[in-house]
Design a protein. Structure first.
Length: 456
């Protein structure tokens, strides 16, 4: 994330309210732009398609299929995302840039093989009521989406964040245009438009990577070699993505809240729309998270470890560590404050906005809870980010496993407790994970100097 930090610090040094606003806007767009574009694009396709008299049932089938493709591809590639990010960062640090492209191709080959072996039998055998074309499009889209996440990882390592955002905008722009243009093919047309848009997105990101890091070797699997794989990161990526989607999956497949939509895929009418709308409300929190963590915290993080490496005095090391801890605490508190303000704004304006958009106001109580849960997720992400900087991989793994496990258990209990408690499982699992993370983080930062020198 260093590239973002440099850009944000440059904007903030101009010492004006406008430059500060620019910095936070830039941080918000970079951190949240891609997934906001994806949510808006899929919702927009549904709205436009309804205007041209495509049956609502087909729109529901398309949106459900895309949601499952997103969820499953993120969970599957979670095994590779963080581990390959660390591998790429290590290779860049060691000046082994020539290994990036061959090993990215290796990851893509491995992911494509695994995703294809899972997706094609699943689609061909379990969507027996759908056309063969739809089944092929569904499985192919899953494979392409898995590769999109892998390409985005390496592009992040190149600090090409604007390229990521630009490619997502182009890819989802193509998705919307083609999905609307091919609507006469009904569900198959919508899926084909989405697939082509994702393929354009993937090719655009790969082009940026290949242009920046040419290599004479096409394929390597060095990332799998002993000593190169960070096993804790392999599991962390999986459990984090599983935790994010756990409550949605529980609501989809629980007999009280889920309904069949297409093939084996189910959806929850009562839960899906509020939770996805809630994620649109965390843009301010994500902006503050990125701006504070990647500027103030990173500045003193660097100063602390520079003092350790360069033989600074003990008092100077203590001072830099205290400042780093202070910035971490202030960053987390600022995220809480800004996200609380954003949540209050949603609570005050939610009903008029829902009414304006033609959405049933009955979802508002659940939206209230989901906005709180999504806001807690930003705080949880900030705690994990600090631990990643401290390279405490096992600590991060324990926290994401706690979050994923609690989200499953609490979501099931919330359904059993009745509609009034829907959404509380997601929110409470994050509250417990945040509480545990803060206690552990306070303890770990308190003994940071000891561990720094003992582990050298």
């Amino acid at each position: 994330m260093a590239g973002i930090g440099f850009e944000l610090r440059k904007l903030m040094k101009r010492d004006s309210y406008f430059s500060l606003l620019q910095a936070y806007a830039y941080a918000g767009i970079i951190s949240s732009g891609p997934w906001i574009l994806s949510i808006i694009a899929v919702l927009f396709i549904g709205i436009i398609s309804l205007k041209v008299v495509i049956p609502p049932s087909l729109i529901s089938q398309f949106q459900t299929a895309v949601t499952y493709l997103m969820a499953a591809s993120l969970i599957l590639t979670g095994f590779f995302q963080l581990a390959f990010t660390r591998y790429s960062a290590d290779r860049i640090f060691e000046k082994e840039h020539y290994r990036l492209i061959p090993n990215m191709n290796g990851v893509i080959l491995l992911v494509t093989t695994v995703a294809g072996c899972l997706a094609f039998p699943f689609a061909l055998l379990l969507f027996d009521a759908q056309s063969l074309l739809f089944r092929i499009l569904f499985a192919t889209t899953f494979v392409v989406l898995c590769n999109v996440w892998i390409a985005a990882i390496l592009l992040s390592g190149l600090k090409a964040y604007k390229s990521i955002l630009a490619n997502f905008a182009i890819g989802y722009g193509v998705t919307v245009v083609l999905a609307v243009a091919l609507r006469f093919l009904n569900l198959e047309g919508l899926m084909l438009g989405f697939l082509v848009g994702q393929f354009v997105l993937l090719m655009g990101m790969l082009l940026v990577v290949y242009r920046n890091y040419p290599s004479r070797t096409f394929l390597e699997f060095d990332f799998l070699r002993k000593g190169r794989v960070r096993h804790a990161l392999v599991l962390t990526g999986f459990f984090y993505n599983l935790g994010i989607w756990a409550d949605k999956i529980v609501f989809w497949f629980h007999p009280y809240t889920g309904n069949p939509v297409i093939g084996p895929l189910r959806a929850s009418e009562v839960y899906d729309l509020p939770i996805f709308l809630a994620y649109l409300a965390i843009l301010p929190g994500m902006a503050v998270f990125l701006a504070r963590m990647e500027t103030d915290f990173v500045e003193y993080y660097d100063k602390y470890y520079d003092a350790v490496r360069e033989g600074g005095t003990l008092n100077h090391i203590y001072d830099m560590k205290d400042e780093m801890v202070r910035m971490a605490r202030e960053g987390i508190y600022d995220i809480m404050k800004i996200q609380a303000i954003a949540a209050i704004g949603i609570f005050l304006l939610g009903r008029p906005l829902l009414r304006l958009a033609g959405i049933d106001e009955l979802i508002f109580p659940l939206l209230y809870v989901d906005v709180a849960g999504a806001s807690f997720q930003v705080v949880f992400l900030a705690i994990l980010n600090i631990y990643f900087y401290l390279d405490r991989r096992k600590r991060v793994l324990s926290l994401v496993m706690l979050f994923a496990g609690l989200n499953i258990v609490f979501s099931i209990l919330s359904i059993m407790a009745g509609p009034f408690f829907y959404g509380y499982g997601f929110a409470l699992s994050l509250v417990v994970a945040i509480f545990a993370g803060m206690i552990l983080l306070d303890r770990d930062l308190g003994i940071l100097e000891y561990e720094t020198f003992m582990l050298r």
